[in-house]
Design a protein around this ligand. Sequence first.
Ligand code: ADE
Length: 224
Amino acid sequence: MRIDIITVLPELLRSPFEASILKRAIDKGIVQVHLHNLRDYSTNKQKNVDDYQFGGGAGMVMMIEPIDACITKLKSEREYDEVIYMTPDGDTLNQKMANRMSLLENIIILCGHYKGVDQRVRDQFITKEISIGDFVLSGGELAAAVVADSIIRLIPGVLSNETSALTDSFQDNLLSPPIYTRPAEYKGWKVPDVLLSGNFAHIDKWREDMAMEHTKTRRPDLLE
Ligand code: ADE
């Protein structure tokens, strides 16, 4: 998979891909992440990428020209399955969306900044708008990193133990059961006996029951 991220702040997006699982996925050649500095596509001498709003109002708007130049260049080089815009008014990211996107070949992610992009960008180029929750970030960069992480870890071969993605919270609309490691007793606080029993049928049943109970109390909406 190839992910092209268009941003005015590429420095904000470097470190998430330089450690741990995402770095390994890149090193293994399973995913390529390319950062594009929108300023490199500015059409004026001052390297501006934003301008005042028509009609007045506070806040700058990302201009269409540099975004068009960048997206058009990328599209001339390969086909893209989605051109995603990160915005708080997009569809809220969930595991189902991450699963679907992990099957795609090439995606572009455009990070919003300032007040957002000129509406014509959304009308002409964007195929999907994603929010990571009902709150407003200073820009789309951290949200883009969240989306990329949620997708990349699902691509086969990225996680060393592939079952670990299958047992994630939300993967089957259930939250994960509690987990424990050594010591079996610490300051008198004990790990549930069943987990030490060696009876895997009982352990599986306990995990299913706990996942269901956990989901009912914390996120009953997932069961509706
Ligand atoms: N940009 C600013 N806030 C955002 C959010 N909640 N989700 C996606 N992109 C954003």
